[in-house]
Ligand binder design. Structure first.
Ligand SMILES: Nc1ncnc2c1ncn2[C@@H]1O[C@H](COP(=O)(O)OP(=O)(O)OP(=O)(O)O)[C@@H](O)[C@H]1O
Ligand SMILES: [Mg+2]
Length: 261
């Protein structure tokens, strides 16, 4: 670092409070900024960016991601205002727009069609309804014979849950069932207790059966998920959760790809 760079960084640090300083001084590795509204979080991030650039990081190699579009827009605005023209070409995205961009640019390597599109809500609903029509023997989700679509919302939420926890194969589902404290481990514990309390056997049996039903229900949900996924893929659609999961998965299994990004 040149004397000039040190001076520039000192000038930034001078204006910061102690907590902000820690974040701007420690540029290696992770740093969590946790503070109330309007207390200078974004300001700290901007100063951190300035310090990184002064230390020689190329702006176009810096990636800023936020959850909301409003957050990303605010970051873009502040970067334009506070960083000079040569240094403001930082990548700023929401998590979704970042993943979407990578999917667009690397469709072939990701093994997705380059025409893949974000699924509109109306088509999402139509595809899920088709799944409900087609899975005839569903016991848990289609118990309401008068209105077979009354399960629509719970299936939709259930699918979101599977995606959120990235349960995207039967193997992962089984692993989850076997390790989740609410499921198989809970059954084992109850069976143990039951054997010690013969006079409460019936209560224990009922409780165990309830958990077994929950497991069967999640397995049934998985069938809806699989069919829905198949239909989405066939139609060339992707949803917001898929976008994130596609990229996360690729990053995990392919370090060469990750390096390139
Ligand atoms: N150390 C500081 N010196 C001078 N001004 C500061 C300092 N820290 C924050 N500010 C100013 O305080 C105001 C609020 O800061 P900022 O927008 O970064 O807060 P925030 O925590 O990101 O807010 P929000 O919760 O709304 O996102 C801004 O005008 C910023 O320039
Ligand atoms: Mg902010």
């Amino acid at each position: 670092m040149t004397v000039n760079t040190v001076r520039e960084i000192d000038k930034i640090l001078e204006k910061l409070n102690n907590e902000q300083k820690k974040c701007v001084e420690n540029l290696d590795g992770k740093f969590l900024v946790l503070a109330g509204p309007g207390t200078g979080k974004t300001y700290t991030v901007i100063k951190r960016l300035q310090a990184m650039i002064l230390k020689g990081v190329e702006p176009e190699r810096i990636l800023c991601m936020t959850y909301s579009r409003a957050g990303a827009d605010e970051m873009k605005k502040r970067v334009l205002e506070e960083l000079d023209e040569n240094n403001n070409n930082i990548e700023i995205h929401t998590f979704h727009s970042f993943c979407n961009k990578i999917i667009g640019e690397y469709a072939e390597e990701l093994d997705v069609s380059s025409n893949i599109q974000l699924i509109p809500d109306s088509i999402k609903r139509a595809l899920l309804k088709d799944c409900i029509d087609e899975i005839d023997d569903a016991q848990y989700y289609k118990s309401d014979k008068a209105n077979k679509y009354s399960c629509f919302d719970s299936i939709s939420t259930g699918i979101e849950y599977l995606k959120k926890y990235r349960i995207n194969s039967l193997k992962k589902l089984e692993e989850n069932i076997n390790s989740d404290n609410d499921w198989i481990p809970a059954i084992k514990e109850l069976e143990n207790e039951r054997d010690f309390k013969p006079n409460k056997r019936k209560d224990y049996e009922a409780h165990i059966q309830k958990i077994k039903d929950k497991i069967s229900k999640v397995k049934e949900l998985y069938r809806f998920y699989e069919l829905y996924k198949e239909k989405m893929e066939y139609e060339g659609y992707i949803d917001y959760d898929d976008m994130i999961n596609y990229i996360l998965e690729k990053f995990e299994i392919d370090p060469v790809f990750t390096q390139k990004i």
